[in-house]
Design a protein around this ligand. Structure first.
Ligand code: GMT
Length: 378
């Protein structure tokens, strides 16, 4: 029988793909008998159930007047070291190079054992921060001082090599879904509650409404689609672009057909009433929402950006369009939503692809192998 591991996990615990992946990974590792310690600024939002082998350690930052800025990174490093020593951790698995890999490096210097660091790159640390010269050296240092580094797509690994030239191998470990949560349910009551007619198609977009998501392209594409197909657009999430998007929807006279749902927890219910998901970002290392929707049998249209083409199989589970090409998005959407047979087969392919290629069993085992290899290296 394999040794049970003691693993510390640090991530951004608030809503967001990286927090979801880190938390789900911790839960699934715990189900396999490992001891998991979340070391985060607040309780990860997906940690919604008691597990006897998961402990949450809160990072608290004290406000001393001597500090102009509260030193969160130091508090995190010190908490990591404290937990690693007390709980005798084998591994610290951090999500995001900045600041988490740097904090893990500091913690490693403070503990009295050879604590192994695994860093997972999720995107924004490279695709946004990597362009800032003052941070690039720091990110490279975080990567190079980790024992193993993973990225959530080949595209992200490649981009990291090109941008930062780290002297470190970056392995791709894709994001995953738990098919016990993400599957098509009967949520037709929701359609009724939202006032969506039986014959109307449902298009969904889920994001944090940041500029990179190009939500305006979703709106302009929908404007074209709804001229040919009876449809409603569900906008799920919230963020800095929300008021701009709201205004645009009003200006285009689409208020009756676009529903603003804000942040939502049970996304699987919303995917279950959706016929198509749109993710038209200009930067996207993976696009976890595509995978979640696919697992619920929703075909997708995404942009040729980052890892999206690794998630959507062109012509099989959805379509890939160039960033900003709303005409092509609308063309594919209209074709797909008007053709029942095509939609059925894409929906089936999407479900199979999500549950086979990106199944949690497969991906969690990949992470476990990385941990065991590291510990056996001595
Ligand atoms: O999409 C975001 O901006 C949130 C960000 C995060 O930190 O959660 O998402 C990143 O990590 C996700 C999980 O690996 C990926 O699915 C998203 O594609 C990635 N976002 C970007 O690359 C913009």
């Amino acid at each position: 029988m394999k040794q049970k591991l003691k693993i510390g996990i640090t991530c951004y615990p608030s809503v967001g793909g990286s927090g979801v992946v880190a938390t789900e990974l911790g839960k699934l590792l715990a189900e396999k008998g490992h001891e998991i310690h979340f070391i985060t600024s607040s309780l990860p939002f997906r940690l919604n159930k008691v597990y006897c082998n998961i402990t949450f350690h809160e990072v608290e930052v004290n406000q001393y007047s001597v500090f102009k800025y509260p030193p969160y990174d130091l508090a995190l490093a010190s908490k990591m070291a404290e937990v690693a020593n007390r709980e005798d951790l084998d591994i610290l698995h951090v999500h995001y190079a900045i600041p988490h890999a740097i904090c893990a490096y500091l913690a490693k210097q403070m503990v009295n054992k050879d604590l192994k660091i695994v860093t997972t790159l999720h995107g924004t640390d490279i695709t946004v921060l990597g362009y800032d010269q003052s941070l690039a050296d720091m990110i490279r240092f975080g990567i190079e001082s980790s024992d193993r580094v993973t990225a959530v797509s080949n595209a992200l690994a490649q981009q990291t090599y090109e941008l930062l030239q780290p002297k470190k191998e970056i392995e791709t470990v894709y994001n995953f879904i738990d098919d016990r949560v993400y599957y098509k349910k009967d949520a037709s009551y929701l359609k009724e509650e939202y006032g969506i007619l039986e014959e109307e198609k449902v298009i969904i977009h889920v994001s944090n409404f940041r500029k990179v998501k190009r939500v305006q392209d979703v709106i302009y594409s929908f404007q074209k689609i709804q001229r040919k197909v009876k449809a409603k657009l569900l906008l799920v999430g919230d963020g800095p672009e929300m008021s701009f998007v709201n205004k645009l929807v009003k200006e285009l006279g689409l208020s009756e057909k676009v529903l603003f749902l804000g942040k939502q927890d049970s996304l699987e219910d919303l995917y279950s009433i959706s016929d198509l998901i749109l993710l038209l970002s200009e930067k996207e290392s993976f696009g976890l929402v595509l995978l979640e929707a696919m697992a619920c049998g929703v075909p997708s249209i995404g942009t040729n950006a980052g890892g999206i083409p690794e998630v959507i199989k062109e012509g099989e589970t959805g379509y890939i369009c160039e960033v900003g090409d709303i005409d092509t998005v609308a063309f594919h959407a209209i074709h797909l939503l008007s053709n029942g047979e095509l939609h059925k087969s894409m929906s089936e392919n999407a479900k199979n692809s999500a549950t086979q290629l990106f199944h949690s069993d497969k991906v969690v085992s990949q992470y476990e192998s990385i941990y065991y290899e590291l510990l056996n290296e001595g």
